[in-house]
Design a protein around this ligand. Structure first.
Ligand code: PEP
Ligand code: MN
Length: 258
């Protein structure tokens, strides 16, 4: 298998502009759950750029549990991200949810995210594999590590070697967190595969009061970076309004993570 350490012994590095994901220093990806407006997204970009961060996230196509919830701004959201990339010189990461988004989204983005709900959308994986865009692939809600790695293989097998794995919590019986962060996935994935591994502490825990400890734990376990959500006004957010950090909460999180 192309993902495996048997196939390639040395750690793979995914290059996003001058950023090296999987290199010696962690690369963290922060930003709002969804792109809601130019104003909201640029406010986050400006705050991140002030702290020296060179990459941000923001969803334009939001895979929501309920069809009546905010679904994202779609192409308008991608346009906002591209505008922000230009203005702040910051790389942008956003989720694509259908094979036809590949061609649509490529000019606007630096990294395609494939979310937990689409980890086994094989046509999407193959379409993403036919590009040379970096792909941030999230672990499915109930996916085993083997299934997760096989999903990555679909991308690699089409020729795209720029894959980042992202642990984002799995379904268990435990109700005190949104999902159960599987820390053991980090060293297991690093041992089985040469691909970089990130950990999303927002969607795994859903609890701001433990995100810092979980992020530290992930880095100690060998993660190549952390993903977390931050919003200028979390209570007003159109998605994930309980788990996005305010700028003050983010400051505390980020300062203590370093
Ligand atoms: C996200 O990162 O915006 C997201 C929806 O995460 P996940 O696919 O892990 O649920
Ligand atoms: Mn979210």
């Amino acid at each position: 298998m192309l993902f495996s350490r048997e196939y390639k012994k040395s750690d793979s590095i995914v290059n996003v502009g001058e950023l090296r994901i999987g290199g010696t220093d962690p690369v963290n990806i922060f930003g709002p759950c969804a792109v809601e407006s130019y104003r909201q997204t640029s406010s986050v970009a400006s705050m991140l750029a002030d702290r020296g961060l060179r990459i941000m996230r923001g969803g334009a196509f939001k895979p929501r549990t309920s069809p009546y919830d905010f679904q994202g701004l779609g192409e308008k959201g991608l346009e906002i991200l591209a505008q922000i990339r230009e203005q702040y010189g910051i790389a942008v990461v956003s989720e694509i949810t259908a094979p036809e988004h590949v061609e649509l989204a490529e000019p606007y983005l630096d990294v395609f995210q494939i979310g937990a709900r689409n980890m086994q959308n094989f046509e999407l994986l193959k379409a993403a594999g036919r590009t040379d865009m970096p792909i941030l692939l999230k672990r499915g809600l109930s996916a085993t590590l083997e299934e997760f790695l096989c999903a990555a293989e679909y991308i690699l097998a089409e020729g795209n070697q720029q894959v980042i794995l992202c642990e984002r919590g799995i379904r268990t019986y435990e109700k005190s967190t949104r999902n159960t962060l599987d820390i053991s996935a980090v060293p297991l994935l690093k041992q089985a595969s040469h691909l970089p591994v990130m950990v999303d502490v927002t969607h795994s825990t859903g609890r701001k009061e433990i995100m810092l400890e979980c992020a530290r734990g992930a880095l100690a376990a060998g993660a190549d970076g952390i993903m977390a959500e931050v919003h200028p006004e979390p209570v007003m957010a159109l998605s994930d309004n309980k788990q996005q950090m305010s700028f003050a909460e983010f400051d505390n999180f980020y300062t203590n993570l370093l």
